[in-house]
Each structure stands twice: as structure tokens, then as C-alpha cells.
Design a protein around this ligand. Structure first.
Ligand SMILES: Cc1cc2nc3c(=O)[nH]c(=O)nc-3n(C[C@H](O)[C@H](O)[C@H](O)COP(=O)(O)OP(=O)(O)OC[C@H]3O[C@@H](n4cnc5c(N)ncnc54)[C@H](O)[C@@H]3O)c2cc1C
Length: 480
């Protein structure tokens, strides 16, 4: 659906609900309120496209790149399964055309943008194209791309403006702006020969894994000794040595001091851990994200934010101002698409769904998350250190296993990726309060086990479930 024509937008009257931001959370809230409950709903999106971070510069194009990297990996293993020979297959893997794939990927995203447009129209949500900011608690200014503005009124307003990558300023790190961020990753037209990714979170790990899998000389620069430090240690303890074996150069205990551009256009990345700068073609900052609240005018209506700039909400997504709510990345907890969607839908259920939903809210406990590394990672519930801290060592029993998946049976040693699983259980009844897995297929395995953990399954429930053979996942129900 094209955005509303200006005249219509100005004359639209007061909305029951207005949503700022057409990303995962905003679309979830708007469509549920209008499509399901018939509320009069408007939504503003400041970029030219709906779908937000996930669709345009996050989950979706990232997963396309992850699949691409897996294809390269499969080619390198193909000879072991009787297809051709290594020399030919490696050559095919090296012939990867980044630009060609990017064009296809962009076209796919463009199609998705169109589907999102149509979904909004089907659910009768008015789409306002422009940047929304508060004038007062029931009035928003919509600034269009041509600079003109108009106002809309709403009884209730949801702030779903998401976040953006954090990048150091040139004052903090001279030359930092010579690097790109995760948004810029999706603009890269040709495969860089040499690349450095700064960061240890899941986005850094995923982007570095993609570059490395596709054959770029890849350096991952991390501040401490490990990656994914908020996850259970079994995951990084397994991933890091394997990624290094796969050719990823992980520089530990290192900080970028300065970045310079050479006459040939390459970048010299000066590190505090080495006298010799690293020469790369692309530098990617993936050091975290911050909320997109600049210019939204939260201060005009007194909406409270924390020190990091995330909007403070209660469990019902209420801000401190009556009638203003915040969902998704902007509230700083569990920055994941399904979380933003679920919070948005539940909020609309609560506001417009009648008495049976009056107490509806999203629980942020036991949210499953996946890292699209090579191999993939899945995690739900408490890590072992979190569980020990919360309940005490004597209340926690751990089950662990590490093995090579059968997928590696025909492969030579160099290609046998590791698998490691851990269950964190709470005594006396051994309720599974944490499940952490790394290995082929962990992304797909996790979803079903997340249901079990959410339902409070015990180790006995796992043991009582008949294994599926031969799979890797069967090890989760046969651990001793
Ligand atoms: C590289 C990367 C990979 C990721 N991979 C995954 C993954 O595999 N799985 C997963 O679950 N999550 C992933 N995420 C996270 C996921 O993208 C976010 O959690 C999700 O998009 C958050 O949704 P949101 O609605 O809060 O914000 P967003 O999706 O960011 O949407 C916010 C929207 O608001 C618009 N906006 C901002 N300010 C205004 C304004 N003032 N007026 C109007 N519009 C405005 C923005 O243009 C944007 O479209 C990834 C993120 C990144 C960066």
C-alpha cells in the first residue's frame, strides 16, 4: 500500500492507536489492533521501506548470507561424499560472485517489502511515510521526506523505533568512521579480500563467520579472551577453537587504537595489542546497538529512558506516561524480532482485545535465541554461571556431552565440526532451566526444546522421550 496522500493524512481524525516505526514490533502491534480488533490505527515509518531492521538489514539478508557461506562449506566437503575432487570443488567455492548474490538478495528483500505493504493494507492500517515525533502525548508531527510536515492525533501511541548500530566517534578512535557497521555490510557490492570485524556479540560472530566461510581473510577483534560472553561458556569454548581451525583469525585482548586509509584505499587498523597494524579492505564495527530515540521528542512528553537511552517500561510495555508504550529493541531487552512481534501483539490484545486479555503481557523468561555461526548455536534459559549464582552450586546439576555429528562420518578430520550440548538442571527434581547447544542444525533443534523448557520439563521428561535416530538431537534425551 502506498503511504497516505498528504491531504488524506491531514484529515484522518483521531486514531485509537498510532505506532511509530514499521519494523517487527510496530507492524505486529498495528496489524493486531486494526486487523483483528477493528481499532483505527495509523503507523509511521521514516525509511522508504517497511519491515525494519530484521527484513532490511538484519535477520533476513543475514540468513541469506549464512546460507551462502554454508553452500561454500558444502562444496569443500563434497569430494568426501564422492562428488568430483577437492581441486575442482574448492575452485567452484572460490568462484563465488558476491555482487550477483547481492542483487538476488536485494530483489528478495524488495519483494518482502511489498508483502509488508500489502499486509498493512489488508489489515486497514493507515501508512504514513515520514519521521514521527511527539508534540504532546496525543499529537505527533510527521515530517515527510520532502521536508513538509503535518500532524496526527491518537489516543494511544506505541514507540517501536528500534535501534541502530553503535559506532565509535572519530574523537574516541581516530579514523573510526572509515569503518562500516552491520547496515553497511549489506551494501557491500564486491567481496572484500581482507576484512576485520570488531566485536564479540552474536552479530560480530555471524558476520565474521560469513566472511570467513566465503573465503575472505577475516580478522575478528575482541576485547577479552572469548566471544558471546553472555551465553553459556560451553558455546564459545567449542566455537572459538573450531573457528580458528577454519581459518578465522581471532585477535584476543585487543582494542582498536586508530584507523588510517592508505593511498591504495586499504585500511590500516592499529591495535593496542600489536605494533604492526592490520591491513584490510573493510572494517566492520559490530560492538553493540543503541536505541533510535534521537529526535523522537520523548523529553517533550516526559517518557523516561535509562542511562543507555533505552525506554523504561514495565512488564505490560507501559512507559511512565499514561497512554504511551514502548516495544521491541527500543526497550533494550531481548533484542530479537520474535520478541518485538510478540510484545506488540500482546500489547494490542491487552489494549483492544477485551476482558480476556486485560492482563496479557510478554514474559521475557526462557526466550530462545540462536547464533548463525558455523556450526550454529542455540540457547534457552539460564547459563550455568547464571544458574549457580541464582540458586547456589548445591542446587544445580549439569549434564554435558561433546561429540562429532554423524554428518562428519564421511569427512576427513579437518571438516568434522564439533558438537557440544549442555543441560542445566535445578535440584531436587532436575527441572531443565538451561539448554545450550552448538553443532550442525542447532538453530532448528532449539525451537522444540524451547517449548519443553518453557513448560518446565525435567530431566526425567527428557529421558522419557524416545530418541530419534540417527540424529545429533537424540543426545539431548539420552544424556547420563
Ligand atoms: C545484523 C543483524 C542481524 C540480526 N539477526 C537477527 C536474527 O537472526 N534473529 C532475530 O530474531 N533478530 C535478529 N536481529 C534483531 C532484529 O532485527 C531486531 O530485534 C528487530 O528488528 C527489532 O524490531 P523493532 O520493531 O524493535 O525495531 P526495527 O525492526 O529496527 O524497526 C524500527 C523501525 O522504526 C523506524 N523508525 C525509527 N524512528 C522512527 C521515527 N521517529 N518515525 C518513524 N519511523 C521510525 C525505523 O526506520 C525502523 O524501520 C538482527 C539485527 C541485526 C542488526
Amino acid at each position: 500500500m502506498p503511504p497516505l496522500p498528504l491531504k488524506q493524512a491531514e484529515e484522518v481524525g483521531e486514531y485509537d492507536l498510532f505506532v511509530i516505526g514499521g519494523g517487527s514490533g510496530g507492524l505486529g502491534a498495528a496489524r493486531r489492533a486494526s486487523g483483528q480488533y477493528g481499532a483505527k490505527v495509523g503507523l509511521a515509518e521514516a525509511s522508504y521501506r517497511l519491515g525494519g531492521t530484521c527484513v532490511n538489514v538484519g535477520c533476513v539478508p543475514k540468513k541469506v548470507m549464512w546460507y551462502t557461506s554454508e553452500v561454500a562449506s558444502a562444496l569443500r566437503k563434497a569430494a568426501s561424499y564422492g562428488f568430483g575432487d577437492d581441486a575442482t570443488n574448492y575452485k567452484i567455492a572460490e568462484s563465488f560472485d558476491w555482487h550477483k548474490l547481492k542483487e538476488k538478495r536485494d530483489a528478495y528483500i524488495h519483494r518482502l517489502n511489498g508483502i509488508y505493504d500489502r499486509n498493512l493494507a489488508n489489515d486497514k492500517v493507515d501508512y504514513h511515510e515520514g519521521f514521527a515525533s511527539f508534540i504532546d502525548k496525543n499529537t505527533l508531527n510527521i515530517k515527510q521526506h520532502d521536508g513538509t510536515s503535518y500532524q496526527v492525533k491518537a489516543k494511544k501511541i506505541v514507540v517501536a523505533v528500534g535501534g541502530q548500530p553503535t559506532v565509535p566517534t572519530d574523537e574516541e578512535i581516530p579514523g573510526a568512521s572509515l569503518g562500516i557497521n552491520s547496515d553497511g555490510f549489506f551494501d557491500i557490492e564486491q567481496q572484500p579480500k581482507r576484512v576485520a570485524v570488531v566485536g564479540a556479540g552474536y552479530i560480530a560472530v555471524e558476520l565474521a563467520g560469513i566472511f570467513n566461510g566465503l573465503g575472505s581473510e577475516t580478522h575478528l577483534l575482541i576485547r577479552y579472551d572469548s566471544v558471546l560472553r553472555t551465553f553459556d561458556p560451553i558455546l564459545s569454548d567449542t566455537l572459538v577453537p573450531w573457528a580458528e581451525k577454519e581459518g578465522l583469525n581471532i585477535h584476543k585482548q585487543t582494542n582498536v587504537k586508530k584507523v588510517e586509509k592508505t593511498a591504495s584505499g586499504s585500511l590500516l587498523v592499529h591495535l593496542d595489542s600489536s605494533d604492526k597494524p592490520l591491513e584490510v579492505d573493510v572494517l566492520v564495527w559490530a560492538i553493540g546497538r543503541n536505541s533510535n530515540i534521537a529526535g523522537v521528542g520523548l523529553d517533550k512528553v516526559g517518557v523516561e529512558v535509562d542511562k543507555k537511552g533505552d525506554i523504561i517500561v514495565d512488564k505490560y510495555q507501559n512507559t511512565n506516561v499514561d497512554g504511551i508504550y514502548a516495544i521491541g529493541d527500543v526497550q533494550g531487552k531481548a533484542l530479537l524480532t520474535p520478541v518485538a512481534i510478540a510484545a506488540g501483539r500482546r500489547l494490542s490484545n491487552r489494549l483492544f482485545g477485551g476482558p480476556q486479555y486485560k492482563d496479557e503481557y510478554l514474559s521475557y523468561e526462557n526466550i530462545p535465541s540462536v547464533v548463525f555461526s558455523h556450526p550454529t548455536i542455540g540457547s534457552v534459559g539460564l547459563s550455568e554461571p547464571e544458574a549457580r549464582k541464582k540458586y547456589g552450586d548445591d542446587k544445580i546439576k549439569i549434564y554435558k556431552t561433546a561429540f562429532r555429528a554423524m554428518q562428519g562420518a564421511m569427512l576427513d578430520e579437518a571438516h568434522k565440526a564439533p558438537t557440544a550440548y549442555k543441560l542445566v538442571t535445578l535440584l531436587p527434581n532436575e527441572q531443565v532451566i538451561g539448554l545450550h547447544i552448538i553443532g550442525e542444525g542447532s538453530d532448528e533443534i532449539l525451537q522444540g526444546f524451547a517449548v519443553a523448557v518453557k513448560m518446565g520439563a525435567t530431566k526425567k521428561d527428557f529421558d522419557d522421550t524416545v530418541a530419534i535416530h540417527p540424529t545429533s538431537a537424540e543426545e539431548l534425551v539420552t544424556m547420563r
